[in-house]
Design a protein around this ligand. Structure first.
Ligand code: PRX
Length: 634
């Protein structure tokens, strides 16, 4: 798309202003897209060359064993080297890498690239002293404090594989993920702050570890000062170890193969337990570096704020790795948007002079509710670009964000991507004309299609399954320890094409519009939850014989969880029991998984083979036609 296409685009369109075009790194989107389309490997090689390699790759893309693609084959690299070490040789040594503010706004911490290197090296030395080696898994279960960034980078630096578990998850979710990854070490905190309350992270770890024999050590960072039990020999206070000589500020960066694992991140899939998505040092590095550079046009003088938690892929790619790879200054805020007042975020934008602000539709909808007076109290004129991710943004929220926060000056980058893709896949760029609610077009080198059930492309305007046609460097390599599931889940419905799990349509201008998930994934406030996880939490309650869960539209959260349960003999439906079950799910999985409502049922709609038909439950709840019910049991 050029900034001002010859033929006007259909629908509601926002063209970039001359100012935006003037500032943009990529002015001719069309030309770069054409180059990448024609020479995919050439495009990515050129990007990779902007980073430092211990040894250059022999082959950019190895597709001899599809869909187990390999990138930068033979290359030796370490993402941590490119996030930190590389910058120390330049003026960036003294540049701020990270600015942090506490939830109550009373504490501020800043780290230059030089200081970041010291902190990461100290943590790396400590975990090495605990016996962690290249290839070992380390579970990180923390709040939003600088130490979570140090922990992730420390693992990368020594070649350990991190597995970050969102600090809002609870014991079952944590335990399952530690067990599956066979982590030897857990890095956690005594507790974290959330809306003025303390989340007891260490106690949850203790509970989870009762069933996780692989864990040898627990490293505990003091944040809230709560008394927590420390098991002798297993649990160690980080500040105690920092005082020892082993915690030196110098630590060599491990030489990794481009295809060596960097991290696993669990995400909910259609059925069964969460999947461990595996990303690697080389390709993931090049993908996140390039996309952030082009899409958010990140420059040295910017102050970037991605509001995501490091516990999700957005936090991995665009709070931790992408910004550091670009040598950017990032801001990280410990708390949520509305505590203690709904102008907390606007205050931070003003206080730190944020220039690029990347957040989620659910947060925008939540903040809209408080009205325009809150943002109006603050000077937001430092902003030049905005971003959205996690779920489709409804046009009303888009317009509000554009007008009230961006003052009609700042283009909104609505980036569509997934844990599996590692980087933006369908996304605008500053010079691309925008349509509220559309992620516009595939990123350089990518092609997307919308298919019907039989694999035929649908007509423009029609809904179908969104697939991606070409490999990209930061694509997931496999599901950790489960390559068959990787094949089956992503590559079997349409052989040779990557199945995203989303439904979408494309309009006559070639713009993509994401509609939602086609599988049993529920997006609650942009967070991905599996029906299977919610249902197994429910049936672990003595009153519940069977359970089904679905997502229904919710004004703020996008989707809310509705659970349908069949009680065991001897239990009667009651509002109290409903409340108990909601609480039960929240305490097992985490508050984000708390169902909006529990519906007591006499029976659940099932296929003759006994599979619960969630589609039918959803249709009934929304008063829509039930569709094809020929497989419904009598
Ligand atoms: O359904 C799409 C939705 O989020 C899913 C991926 O979730 P997750 O792996 O948790 O990653 C979220 C952050 C990248 C997608 O399959 N999604 C993500 N971004 C958008 C979106 N839906 C519409 N528009 C987006 N910008």
């Amino acid at each position: 798309m050029t900034a001002n296409p010859a033929k006007p685009l259909s629908g509601e369109v926002y063209y970039p202003s001359p100012d935006v075009i003037e500032q943009a790194r990529v002015k001719d989107w069309e030309a770069l897209a054409a180059f990448a389309n024609q020479d995919l490997e050439g495009f990515w090689a050129r990007e990779a060359e902007e980073l430092e390699w211990f040894q250059k790759w022999e082959k950019v893309l190895d597709d001899s064993n599809k869909p187990f693609y390999k990138w930068f084959v033979g290359g030796k690299v370490n993402i941590a080297h490119n996030c930190i070490d590389r910058h120390l040789k330049t003026y960036r040594k003294n540049k701020l890498a990270l600015i942090w503010e506490s939830e109550d706004g009373k504490e501020h911490r800043t780290f230059s690239y030089f200081a970041l290197n010291r902190e990461v090296s100290r943590m790396a030395n400590i975990i090495k002293a605990m016996g962690i080696q290249k290839g070992d898994r380390v579970t990180i279960y923390m709040g939003r404090v600088p130490e979570i960034v140090f922990a992730m980078l420390a693992c990368a630096k020594i070649g350990a594989i991190h597995s970050v578990v969102f600090g809002g998850f609870s014991v079952d979710a944590l335990q399952g993920r530690i067990e599956d990854s066979q982590s030897k070490l857990v890095i956690t905190m005594d507790g974290s702050y959330q809306n003025g309350k303390v989340v007891e992270l260490k106690r949850t770890v203790d509970e989870a570890l009762k069933r996780c024999p692989s864990v040898e050590n627990v490293l505990v960072i003091k944040r809230v000062g709560h008394e927590v039990p420390m098991e002798a020999g297993r649990d160690h206070w980080y500040h105690d170890l920092l005082a020892l000589p082993i915690a030196s500020g110098k630590c060599p960066t491990e030489v990794m193969d481009a295809e060596d694992p960097l991290f696993i991140l669990y995400t909910s899939g259609s059925t069964g337990k969460p999947k461990a998505i595996l990303h690697t040092h080389g390709g993931y590095m090049v993908g996140t570096y390039t996309t952030l550079k082009y899409v958010f046009d990140i420059k040295d003088e910017d102050r970037w704020w991605c509001t995501a938690d490091p516990g999700w892929i957005t936090g991995h790619s665009y709070l931790v790795y992408g910004p550091l790879l670009n040598g950017a200054t990032s801001f990280m805020y410990e708390g949520g948007p509305t505590y203690p007042y709904p102008d907390r975020w606007w205050q931070c934008i003003e206080r730190y002079g944020i220039t690029i602000f990347y957040t989620a539709p659910t947060a925008i909808r939540g903040l809209m509710r408080f009205g325009e007076a809150w943002p109006a109290k603050h000077d937001l004129s430092s902003l030049r670009l905005l971003g959205s991710v996690g779920e489709p943004i409804n046009p009303e929220a888009w317009r509000w964000f554009y007008r009230v926060i961006g003052k009609e000056r700042c283009p909104i980058m609505d980036t569509w991507w997934q844990t599996e893709t590692g980087m933006f896949m369908i996304t605008p760029m500053p010079v691309v004309p925008l349509k509220p609610g559309s992620g516009t077009r595939p990123f350089f080198g990518q092609r997307a299609e919308i298919l019907d059930e039989h694999g035929n492309p649908v007509k423009d305007g029609e809904e179908g399954y969104l697939v991606l046609l070409r490999p990209w460097p930061s694509m997931m390599r496999t599901i950790y320890n489960d390559p068959d599931r990787y094949l089956q889940q992503y590559w079997s419905k349409y052989p040779g094409k990557y199945l995203t799990g989303d439904s979408a349509r494309r309009d006559e201008d070639g713009y993509f519009w994401i509609i939602g998930r086609t599988d049993d994934v529920i997006k609650v406030s942009g967070h991905r939850l599996g029906t299977a996880e919610i249902e197994s939490a429910l049936v672990s309650h003595p009153a519940v014989a069977e359970a089904a869960s679905i997502g229904l539209p919710h004004e703020i959260k996008g989707q809310g969880i509705h659970a349908f349960v069949l009680l065991r003999a001897g239990y009667q439906p009651s509002p109290e029991l409903g409340e108990q079950l909601r609480q039960h799910v929240a305490s097992h999985l985490g508050p984000i998984a708390r169902p909006e409502e529990i519906h007591f049922m006499d029976k659940l709609p099932k296929t003759r083979s006994g599979k619960i038909m969630r589609r039918v439950l959803r249709a009934r709840a929304l008063g829509l036609p039930e569709g094809d019910v020929s497989t419904l049991e009598e």
